[in-house]
Design a protein around this ligand. Sequence first.
Ligand SMILES: CNc1ncnc2c1ncn2[C@@H]1O[C@H](COP(=O)(O)OP(=O)(O)OP(=O)(O)O)[C@@H](O)[C@H]1O
Length: 158
Amino acid sequence: MNRYLCCTLVQIFDHKRILLGLKKRGLGVGKWNGFGGKVKPGEEIKMAAVRELKEESGLDVETSDLTNVGKLVFEFVNNGLVIEVYVFRAQNYHGEIVETEEMKPQWFSIDEIPFNEMWVDDIDWYPFMFTQKLFFGFMKFNGENEMLYKELQVVENV
Ligand SMILES: CNc1ncnc2c1ncn2[C@@H]1O[C@H](COP(=O)(O)OP(=O)(O)OP(=O)(O)O)[C@@H](O)[C@H]1O
C-alpha cells in the first residue's frame, strides 16, 4: 500500500485577482500555490480547508463560502506517495493577509498567473476553474517537477 495523504487547496479570488502563496518549506517549496495542507484525522475537509487557509495566509472564510472546483489525485512514482487534493475557491473572505513561516502571499492578476513557477499540473486545471467546470484529475509525477501522466475530465460531482 502506498503512503496516502488527503489535502485541501483554497484559491482566493478578488475580482480579477487571485491570491497565491510562495511555499517556503516542505512539499512544493519555491512554488506559488493556493493555500492548503493535510486534513487531520477525523477533520471535515472544508474545516481543514478553512484552518489551512488561516494558518498560511491569515484570512478567514466561512465553510459556506467555499465552492468546490474539483479534485486531483497525484501519484509520486519516485516515493509511492499518493495525494488526494480537494480544491475550493472563495471570494468572500475577511481578515488581514499575513506572511507566515510557511507561505508568502501575493495578489496576481488572473492574466499574469506565474504558471512557470507553479506545480506543472496547475496550467492544465486552472482553465476548468475559470470556466467553473467541476473537474477530476489524475496525474503521475516523478519528483516535484516531472509529470509523467495526466488525465482530466469534467465531472458531475467530486
Ligand atoms: C503534485 N501537484 C500538486 N499541484 C498542486 N498543488 C499540490 C500538488 N501537490 C500538493 N499540492 C498542495 O500542496 C500543499 C501541500 O501541503 P503541505 O504543506 O504538505 O501540508 P501542511 O501544510 O499540512 O504541511 P506541514 O506538515 O504543516 O508542513 C497542499 O495544499 C496540496 O494541496
